[in-house]
Design a protein around this ligand. Sequence first.
Ligand SMILES: Nc1nc2c(ncn2[C@@H]2O[C@H](COP(=O)(O)OP(=O)(O)O)[C@@H](O)[C@H]2O)c(=O)[nH]1
Ligand SMILES: [Mg+2]
Length: 319
Amino acid sequence: MQIDIQKLKSGNIRSLSKFITLIESKKAEHQKEAQELLNEILPLTGKSIRIGISGTPGVGKSTFIESLGLLLINKGLKVAVLAIDPSSPLSGGSLLGDKTRMEKLAQEKNAFIRPTPSSGNLGGVALKTREVMLACEAAGYDVVLIETVGVGQSEYDVANIVDLFTVLLLPGGGDELQGIKKGIIELCDNIVINKADGDNKQKAHDTMVQYKSALGVIKTDRKIGANVMMASALENKGVTEYWDLIEKIYQENQEKIQLKRKRQNQDWLKKLFNELLENRVRANPSLQSEWTKLNDNILNEVETPLSAANKLIHILFNN
Ligand SMILES: Nc1nc2c(ncn2[C@@H]2O[C@H](COP(=O)(O)OP(=O)(O)O)[C@@H](O)[C@H]2O)c(=O)[nH]1
Ligand SMILES: [Mg+2]
């Protein structure tokens, strides 16, 4: 596939779309080509603000992203929205009232909205999303917003490709009620109590106060911010305040953000090495037959697990 990097760099949508198709292709030759191109564009990447937006389905992620996106466009910024495809079987099909299409934002020429496949092979959901994010950065997007599906392991993976991770919550209701794992709250940088409108305003305020005290006790060096605010994505309230806060966090934490990105890269290297190794192990027939034999030995208690594991390593590395 012919992709002109100069054109990509100038923000040509056709080149960007072609590049993304290449990144998402399952064909080995395309993957190789995509990796070569990604290496080539690396110097053009890293300049965007990378934000993950998470929260249970229906909480208002897409509506919030659309409001935020329009705000950013008005500020003269180019915005890419990568939505982990909610219509996939993984998330149980699309939901009633889903605003995934973000119709108003989609009409803006400085907005690029793209669903990313939610079933990944290598690296899970987030690897492809990360590569698409890099392609968008090379094409000059200033902000990349990633909408997650709101459930499961993919949340953790997405948190590990963005600079700041925001969780949207509904007014009232405990964590379990909202289907939010405690771990997600622990790794997020911002909590936004959405739908703080109509009869829900007071409830939203109470929820905000509760989470403020909960966040205060969580300390981890992976977090950059720790703040809780209210918003109404529907009425476009609190969105400006949210962005002001993000900008402030960026200005004050440049070093931390760069360090976080380096750590993420190292985590990815480790994760991908382990996955590739496992794939090779699975594809190695002599190892597989030996594995079955040694497994029997262990079950029959004629050999220790360490002795068996060492034999497998010998086969794998020929020594
Ligand atoms: N009242 C109210 N409704 C909202 C708000 N944000 C989103 N919604 C509605 O909630 C439903 C789900 O929104 P959507 O953005 O698709 O949620 P997502 O699944 O998290 O992406 C839609 O009917 C929205 O109109 C809000 O701030 N206030
Ligand atoms: Mg959505």
